[in-house]
Design a protein around this ligand. Structure first.
Ligand code: TRP
Length: 332
């Protein structure tokens, strides 16, 4: 029996931080053991906001290198750039005819922009391009083109998945045939729960992120900036209410955690020491990936080769799917 299919995309909007790694890259890559996996760089989605060609290109390389450095094996998973599979855009067009405008009006990214415009007494559609408005349709095309069974995403993408399901179901219903596979979102419990320097959710919009591939020295500096309380060295500390310990748990073994917990409770351990412990486990975990990332980002020919091979495979799968759909819809 063939394996089930998992698919996910990441927009090239900046080097990944720890929140992206634990929330997205790591869980998505774990799926490669069990599923046929298709990962892509959602450059067309990013085009809605990135209008600088050089930056677009650089950011796309950064995401590709991140996937590979985090452990994507291009022999087992398909990695490609969304823009390199033109059939996706044909499917996007096909899906448009089955997507009500009202559904798009409810998409949260669009709604949030309209809301912000209204609050600022601007035209409701100020700054809204059609790519942003129809964002969920292209996302549905990304997913449905592969007959994806599961889609690992962050919580903020659940609504888009529900829209994908809606669109697919209306097509299946109209033609009374299972033309499109109904996908299922998977969200990891950790998704969204990775805290940043200030204890809030790690997010670029809070400016509290720890980039995954920071050089070692900079990483240490950053760890030293994590906000703690003002307890003295002597005072016993509460590991269950501490940003440093919360992050420590992501990297440390159970034994390491038990050890540090004891030192917290015993007192006579300053925050600088706790942060040093965190930095060490973090660096042990990240160093091999960082090394790989640095190699890759200086070897764009290799990245191009992986992406080109990925695009070839993706185009082959999706062109067959489109051919079936064209026939089913009476276009052929
Ligand atoms: N919208 C997703 C995000 O911003 C990226 C994305 C585009 C995606 N197409 C997708 C994710 C298809 C999963 C499946 O994170």
């Amino acid at each position: 029996m063939s394996k089930k299919i998992a698919c996910t995309g990441i927009k090239p909007t900046g080097a990944p931080h720890l929140g992206n790694y634990f929330g997205m890259y790591k869980p998505a890559l774990e799926l490669a053991k069990e599923f046929d996996t298709r990962y892509f760089i959602a450059d067309y989605h990013a085009l809605n906001s990135i209008k600088d060609a050089k930056r677009m290109k650089e950011l796309s390389y950064e995401v590709a290198a991140s996937w590979l450095a985090c452990g994507l094996d291009p022999d087992k998973s398909i990695l490609y750039k969304q823009s390199a599979v033109p059939y996706t855009f044909e499917l996007n067009n096909l899906l448009m005819a089955f997507t009500s405008k009202g559904l798009m009006n409810r998409a949260h990214a669009y709604k949030a922009m309209v809301q912000a415009n209204l609050e600022n007494s601007k035209d409701p559609d100020d700054g809204v391009n059609m790519g942003l408005f129809t964002y969920p349709i292209l996302m549905a095309a990304d997913i449905l083109q592969f007959d994806s069974n599961v889609v690992p995403v962050g919580k903020d993408q659940i609504q888009h998945l529900e829209m994908t399901i809606d669109i697919a179901q209306s097509i299946n219903y109209n033609y009374q045939d299972e033309l499109l596979t109904i996908p299922e979102p998977i969200t990891k419990k950790e998704t969204g729960l990775i805290i940043g320097l200030d204890g809030r959710k790690m997010s670029k919009s809070y400016n509290n992120t720890i980039p995954l591939f920071l050089p070692k020295k900079k990483l240490r500096k950053m760890v030293m900036k994590i906000i703690t309380n003002s307890q003295t060295i002597e005072e016993p500390k509460d590991p269950d209410n501490c940003n440093v310990f919360t992050l420590y748990k992501l990297f440390a073994t159970a034994e390491q955690q038990a050890n540090l917990r004891e030192r917290y409770l015993a007192g006579n351990m300053g925050w600088g020491h706790a942060k040093q412990e965190l930095f060490e486990v973090m660096d042990t975990h990240i160093a091999p990936m960082r090394e790989k990332y640095d190699d890759l980002i200086n070897n764009k020919d290799y990245i191009d080769k992986v992406l080109n091979e990925g695009a070839l495979k993706a185009n082959e799968i999706v062109s067959a799917k489109l051919e079936k759909l064209r026939i089913a819809l009476g276009l052929k």
